[in-house]
Ligand binder design. Structure first.
Ligand SMILES: Cc1cc2nc3c(=O)[nH]c(=O)nc-3n(C[C@H](O)[C@H](O)[C@H](O)COP(=O)(O)OP(=O)(O)OC[C@H]3O[C@@H](n4cnc5c(N)ncnc54)[C@H](O)[C@@H]3O)c2cc1C
Length: 619
């Protein structure tokens, strides 16, 4: 099954909802015009459709292999990665001074979504490399930056994030890997690391000549818990002062995991300091990033970026699963039309298949819109000249990151599951590829912090920290959109567009109901936060999902307003697209937004989970 980049929707969301023009008007983005962005998106589409998308299925069937610590990927995978690096795609969002192209995050987000849709497993390598670049640029000293960043940005080397250990998954306070400072000897000033990391994505491979691991570890006299974790760079090959590669470091791949999905992405068990390599002495040679004992704090800086990127993987996977299901539904002939037909019809005619396809499409488009709007806020937060505007946008972005990650990835599982359902029995058979999307999607709500960890972040750090002020300000903005829908429904009525007027009215009513549900949930959380935290956190995931449903609905409502304005003013060209966009938004308003009320009820019943889990002997 081929993949076609949904350029029309991407461009619409970018321009009409995320405010590309405003982003490009900020200082630092003077070199980019809307036309240049269009050209980049066209080129990106050509690359991912032609080079990366064809890897997806073969990569699932022929995963990388391990032998004696070395990992071999398929020749096609290697070629595609070289082409990715040569095309400058790794540097898209990184600063020009480090060899990148300095594009706004919102534009890079589009390109990253596309490459993920083409092959989730392939894209994990660049995704993690982005995280390492961001960490080094944020907290690394000049020497670390000069040594590693240019080759990471160019795609000559790749990066990994080493957090997880067998006893330390969601709870990184339990990290045990040790880092001992070197007072003398050939590696004076560095640290020697020993320990085991598991589940390390692209921890070993043959795509690039060097792998730069970012590793969480403890120094010998570090305090217990999260306050005693430090961050280190550990290169697979040490790098000499002149930039040439030196001895092989003592970090070894003990094995690769056998996984449910993303087979083409090697997930490595890494041993630090097992006595291999060419660095005499005990432990892998590593270099401190920033200050000792502040590793987790630094990781949190990166995590917003990495979590956002994984959220985008969810949107990408949803788009690919949707395209495949739609193509199948248009071909598969089965059953007569419910209203009667001369012969069997394609399954795309059956109301329930239409419901499934519309659900897939509505969730995909809504999560895309939320994520681009978040990325644009991040661009304004880092480039707008006014400090208050920067702060407001940063708060908005940080509030949305756990929603982009948690909601979009949970939606991806739902969408991929519906994709299997649309295929019927053929969906359960591997040959169609629908099953692969379902298997690949399942990791998304797990890694880079499970959905529960995102929900804890949303409530603990993003909501209760500012007393719900950001959430409240967003509700007010949504209220203004609902008022605009009032006027739009009235205008449609006056123009005798009965069906449109009714659909706009329903979207508006359900948006207001969802806002009310979130408002009540917020009140509940504020009231309980002082004395009954268990009740609050029992409803944390329903609260995250409610927030996602609501923000998706808000963006779909804004999409309707934008489409109608474009049609009225005769701009925007493709009337078929604008009609289809509205239809999807109306479906979201009617079928998806009502979920918010049920989720709100679950949030407010948090205490009940606590009481009945104990009585049901769940603890
Ligand atoms: C394919 C794959 C690739 C990965 N890549 C990397 C990588 O590159 N680098 C890396 O460091 N790690 C990586 N990981 C590890 C991944 O980040 C962890 O698996 C994930 O963070 C969850 O940790 P865990 O598996 O130990 O689950 P646990 O922490 O044991 O969680 C199990 C369950 O308990 C819940 N839970 C745990 N704590 C809480 C809490 N405080 N509140 C509410 N619920 C909670 C979780 O939500 C989950 O449902 C990868 C994992 C996989 C499978």
């Amino acid at each position: 099954m081929t993949y076609t980049v949904p350029l029309a929707d991407i461009r619409f969301v970018l321009k009409a909802l995320a405010g590309l023009d405003e982003v490009l008007a900020q200082p630092g983005f003077e070199d980019f015009s809307p036309d240049l962005v269009d050209a980049i998106l066209d080129e990106n589409a050509r690359f991912v459709e032609g080079v990366v998308a064809p890897l997806n299925r073969p990569g699932d069937i022929h995963p990388p292999t391990w032998q004696d610590g070395a990992v071999t990927t398929s020749p096609a995978h290697v070629q595609a990665f070289l082409a990715y690096a040569a095309g400058g795609w790794q540097g898209l969002q990184h600063p020009v001074q480090w060899g990148g192209q300095g594009l706004p995050k919102v534009v890079a987000a589009c390109a990253n979504e596309n490459i993920n849709a083409a092959s989730l497993a392939f894209s994990l390598c660049p995704l993690l490399t982005d995280g390492v670049i961001e960490a080094l640029l944020t907290v690394g000293n000049e020497h670390l930056r000069q040594t590693y960043v240019p080759n990471l940005v160019s795609g000559k080397w790749t990066g990994t994030m080493n957090l997880t250990e067998p006893q330390a998954g969601s709870d990184l306070a339990l990290v045990r890997t040790r880092a001992v400072p070197q007072q003398d000897g050939p590696y004076r000033g560095s640290y020697r690391l020993s320990g085991q990391k598991i589940f390390i994505t692209y921890g070993e491979h043959d795509l690039a000549e060097n792998i730069i691991h970012l590793v969480l570890a403890r120094t010998p006299d570090a305090p217990a818990g999260v306050k005693g974790i430090s961050l280190f760079v550990v290169p697979k090959f040490l790098v000499a002062e002149d930039g040439s590669l030196g001895p092989r470091n003592d970090v070894w791949c003990a094995s690769l995991e056998h996984k449910l999905g993303i087979h083409a992405s090697p997930t490595a068990v890494l041993l630090y300091g097992s006595g291999k390599g060419d660095v005499d002495g005990e432990g892998a040679v590593g270099y401190l990033v920033g200050e000792e004992n502040r590793g987790l704090e630094y990781m949190f800086i990166m995590m917003n970026a990495a979590r956002y990127a994984v959220g985008q993987q969810g949107i990408a996977l949803s788009e690919r699963a949707y395209q495949q299901a739609l193509a199948y539904a248009r071909e598969r002939v089965q059953g007569r039309a419910i209203e009667g037909s001369a012969g069997p019809v394609t399954i795309a005619h059956h109301p329930d298949v239409q419901r499934m396809l519309l659900t897939m499409r509505a969730l995909t488009e809504a999560t895309r819109a939320v994520s681009y709007v978040a990325a644009a806020a991040r661009d304004l937060a880092s480039h707008h000249p006014d400090a208050q505007t920067r702060a407001r946008n940063q708060a908005f972005y940080e509030f949305l990151v756990p929603v982009v990650k948690g909601f979009s990835t949970e939606c991806a599982v739902e969408v991929a599951s519906l994709g299997v359902q649309v295929h019927g029995g053929m969906g359960f058979i591997e040959e169609t590829g629908a099953a692969q999307h379902y298997r690949d999607a399942r990791i998304l709500p797990i890694y880079e912090g499970t959905t529960a960890i995102q929900a804890n972040d949303l409530i603990g750090r993003k909501l209760l920290r500012d007393g719900g002020a950001t959430a409240q300000a967003l509700l007010e903005a949504m209220g203004r959109t609902a008022a605009e829908l009032d006027a739009e429904a009235a205008a449609a009525q006056q123009a005798d567009q009965e069906a449109d007027a009714a659909a706009i009215g329903l979207l508006r009513d359900n948006l207001r109901r969802a806002m009310h549900a979130q408002g009540e949930a917020l009140m509940f959380m504020r009231a309980q936060a002082g004395g009954n935290l268990r009740a609050v956190f029992s409803g944390s995931v329903p609260f995250l999902m409610l927030t996602g449903v609501l923000h998706g609905g808000w963006q779909m409502a804004r999409a309707v307003l934008a489409c109608r304005k474009m049609m009225r003013e005769g701009q925007g060209g493709d009337a078929t697209f604008l009609q289809a966009k509205q239809a999807t938004a109306f479906f979201y308003g009617a079928h998806i937004l009502p979920r918010a009320c049920a989720l709100g009820a679950a949030v407010r019943a948090g205490e009940i989970v606590d009481i009945w889990a104990a009585r049901a002997n769940i603890t």
